[in-house]
Design a protein around this ligand. Structure first.
Ligand code: PEP
Ligand code: MN
Length: 355
């Protein structure tokens, strides 16, 4: 897939691209006050949800059309670009009619191929060329996320970016939505030229997590951040725990350390060569281990012994994990690696058994 830049005229090419604004447009006053304060802090793209997908009925479900008119006022008065969430054909048609500059597809919507297709078809009808930002689906399914990207792409749009907003889980001890960083990283590996934004507000779900999540996204070379900001977070009608005042947002953004990617890649070549060599060694050692496993398999076959011997396996797991921890590696990581190796060993031994 070939993409075009999502940077609208006048928006800096420097990382990170920033989109900020309230979770929801609530009143004209709240929208305008927040927008003015953000514009003063040099924020150039204003977000606000006017249609709000809520977990349960009866809550605040967004102001609808009047919100789009307030966004037009924001644009006129502050010169900021505007962005809103669309989930149906009608949302797309109305948002485009009201000259919204950027549209995003929410996490509940991108999990539903029918809805994404409906949006794709509506985009085609309206002739809107983007940018369209596609949030990860609520469930940790990379293929579903890529499917949503392809549907929008196939409608002819090229100004596409993705937003990592974390994944639903029953466990909400730290994060509101688990980051599962490996999923967006794998997406970036599969589609390298697709801009990637982080939504620390919906990942963290609370104010104190926004700053570290922003820094982590920058350290992972994300292109931008979409952050919820409200003139009076404590009285917000949705997502109040995670919204920041424009002042605090600006403070956090100024504290971010943006590491220069171009300069470091050059110097990294030598270290990367070493990593390549170590990976080669790892592969050779693993292959050797598998050969020995097969010999053990042969031995077990001749003596009619079962392939899986759990006592031995538990022993290996425990010993190796504690050695690994002493060497500075995580116990969970080592367990995962050993389990994967063990699974492959078993597979190879069963192959021997069936020969
Ligand atoms: C939002 O951005 O306000 C929103 C509803 O987000 P998500 O789709 O990530 O839950
Ligand atoms: Mn929100």
């Amino acid at each position: 897939m070939e993409f075009e830049s999502i940077l609208l005229p006048g928006i800096s090419e420097q990382r990170p691209l920033i989109i900020a604004g309230p979770c929801s447009a609530e009143t004209e006053e709240q929208v305008m006050t927040t927008a003015r304060e953000l514009a003063q802090k040099d924020i150039r793209i204003f977000r606000a949800g006017v249609w709000k997908p809520r977990t349960k009925p009866g809550g605040f479900e967004g102001v609808g059309l009047p919100g789009l008119i307030w966004l037009q006022h924001v644009k006129k008065e502050t010169g900021m670009y505007t962005a809103t969430e669309v989930a149906t054909k009608n949302h797309v048609i109305e948002a485009v009619k009201h000259n919204i500059d950027m549209l995003w597809i929410g996490a509940r919507t991108s999990a539903n191929p029918f809805a994404v297709q409906e949006i794709a078809d509506a985009l085609k009808i309206t002739g809107f060329m983007g940018p369209v930002l596609i949030k990860n689906p609520v469930n940790p399914d990379l293929e579903l996320w890529i499917g949503a990207i392809e549907r929008i792409y196939n409608a002819g749009l090229r100004k596409i970016a993705v937003i990592h907003r974390g994944f639903s889980s029953y466990d909400k001890k730290i994060y509101r939505n688990l980051p599962q960083w490996h999923i967006p990283i794998e997406l970036k590996r599969r589609i390298p030229n697709l801009p990637l934004l982080s939504d620390p507000s919906h990942i963290g779900g609370k104010r104190e997590l926004i700053a570290p999540l922003c820094q982590q996204a920058m350290d992972l070379n994300y292109d931008g951040l979409i952050i919820e900001s409200h003139c009076d977070p404590d009285n917000a009608w949705s997502d109040k725990e995670q919204q920041l005042t424009p002042d605090v947002l600006s403070y956090i953004l100024n504290m971010l350390v943006i590491r220069d990617t171009k300069q470091t890649t050059e110097n990294l070549n030598e270290l990367r060569k070493q990593i390549d060599e170590i990976d080669d060694e790892l592969l050779a050692v693993l292959a050797k281990r598998m050969r020995i496993s097969r010999e053990i398999g042969q031995y077990k076959k001749e003596r009619n012994m079962p392939v899986l011997q759990t006592v031995r396996y538990d022993e290996i797991l425990e010993k190796r994990t504690s050695v690994a921890v002493n060497m500075g590696m995580g116990a969970e990581f080592m367990k995962t690696v050993l389990e994967a190796i063990h699974e492959e060993s078993i597979r190879q031994q069963i192959e021997v058994l069936n020969q």
